[in-house]
Design a binder for this molecule. Structure first.
Ligand SMILES: [Zn+2]
Length: 191
């Protein structure tokens, strides 16, 4: 047989007071975190987090002002040279026509490079990346990290990159987790 343990020194009331103090501190911490989460300096991570939890949009507007979805040729997957397929659609319009974001998103890249020439990449709903290429120019105030909405101007239609020998057009592509997705069916379901 063991001797019974000595009686606790601290009273139940003291323990309860300590517990309440801890809970109050945790509550304050949670409030502070919530407040910070909604401050402008955390808008980008908050938007990225919210976007990653959204489903992919079933319908999308046409990203070139004044162009109807019915006028866009279905060229997704068409062969381009010996070893490449067209991973998007080409939307023809006069040089300088505004190119707008189709979704809410975060601008993750603004650059001039390779086939796409002057391009903008937007991280959108469901973590899909939207690729706007061959731009004549970028929207003057646009910067990497910007949060954009559907209709935010990203740049203007041009023929930079490997489009330099073709009439001005926007190459628009969507890349999901499993690779390129055809944007055209989504634009055709939009009204
Ligand atoms: Zn193209």
């Amino acid at each position: 047989m063991h001797a019974p343990p000595p009686p606790a020194r601290r009273s139940t009331a003291t323990r309860l007071a300590r517990l309440l103090l801890w809970l109050a501190a945790l509550g304050l911490l949670a409030l502070a975190a919530l407040w910070a989460w909604h401050q402008p300096f955390l808008e980008r991570p908050r938007t990225l987090w919210e976007l990653s939890r959204l489903p992919p949009p079933a319908s999308l507007p046409v990203p070139v002002q004044g162009v109807a979805a019915g006028r866009i040729a279905d060229t997704f997957g068409a062969p381009r040279g010996a070893d490449r397929e067209h991973a998007g659609v080409d939307i023809f319009a006069a040089r300088g026509t505004p190119v707008v974001s189709t979704t809410r998103g975060v601008v993750v890249a603004i650059r001039e490079r390779g086939l796409g020439g002057r391009q903008v990449w937007v991280y959108g709903p469901a973590g899909e990346h939207h690729y706007y290429a061959h731009l004549d120019n970028w929207a003057p105030a646009l910067a990497e990290g910007d949060v954009v909405q559907p209709g935010t101007v990203l740049g203007t239609v041009g023929n930079t990159g490997n489009a330099r020998t073709t009439p001005p057009h926007l190459h628009y592509g969507i890349y999901g987790r499993d690779g390129a997705v055809d944007p055209l069916p989504r634009m055709r379901t939009a009204r």
